[in-house]
Design a protein around this ligand. Sequence first.
Ligand code: SF4
Length: 135
Amino acid sequence: MITIPLSKLQSVAPRKPPGYFDACIAAGTVVGENLELTESAFAALRAQFSPPPLTSQIKSAAGAVVAECGAAMTGVPQIDANTKAARLTTCEGCEFFIAADRRCQKCGCWMEVKAGFRAATCPEGKWQVETTPTA
Ligand code: SF4
């Protein structure tokens, strides 16, 4: 059994995707000022609400940078402000968006940066890569 103070859950909730606190409460049992979770429930919550492992985040970020450089070298135009804003709007309405960090829980990327990359993609397919080269 894993015991987590409710105050700790409340303090980290803003740095998690929407629904984190309620999902934790639903997955465990409140005992006094603590939440008790089985190890399997804790693992399931971690899988659902935590960013991917650091190695995956590094791989994802490096891939995005390499793809951006490749797109630039092949003449794909930079993302315009409207496209970036539309991507961010989509992220802001997404269940995987961590508003406090403006970060994606699926890929771990900081969306203010990634949404401006012409070769970036949403890991859930909610917005697409810009691949049109200039003439
Ligand atoms: S990149 Fe995709 S999955 Fe991640 S927060 Fe934005 S819309 Fe959601």
